[in-house]
Design a protein around this ligand. Structure first.
Ligand SMILES: [Zn+2]
Length: 107
């Protein structure tokens, strides 16, 4: 019983550490010149509008899928969304796919 509790705690700590490292890598990528160029290309391609509701203004760029290595994706992997639509789409992806697809892909 105690062994299982210790094992679960260790697993949770390791899991959180792995998640944090990937989140950190993702945040760093979001500040990179490669991302800025791809982002700009996606927004221009989409006419500076949300692809779902056609809103202008403050736009975000969503990864429709992730490459094995961040920075190797093309603009085809991206779509421009407003904040509200991005929230809905990101929630949908987490709900449908869980976190698993996102955890092994950030390097
Ligand atoms: Zn929208």
């Amino acid at each position: 019983m105690i062994g299982a509790l210790v094992l679960r705690t260790v697993f949770a700590v390791v899991w959180q550490h792995r998640l944090s490292a990937r989140q950190k890598a993702y945040r760093e990528y979001m500040r990179s010149e490669v991302w800025r160029c791809l982002r700009r290309e996606a927004v221009e391609r989409d006419g500076k509008r949300c692809r779902l509701c056609n809103a202008g203004g403050a736009l975000q760029v969503h990864h429709r899928y992730y490459p094995e290595v961040l920075g190797t994706e093309t603009v085809d992997a991206l779509t421009t969304l407003c904040g509200a639509c991005h929230e809905v789409v990101a929630h949908r992806d987490r709900h449908l796919l869980g976190w698993a697809p996102f955890l092994g892909r950030f390097r």
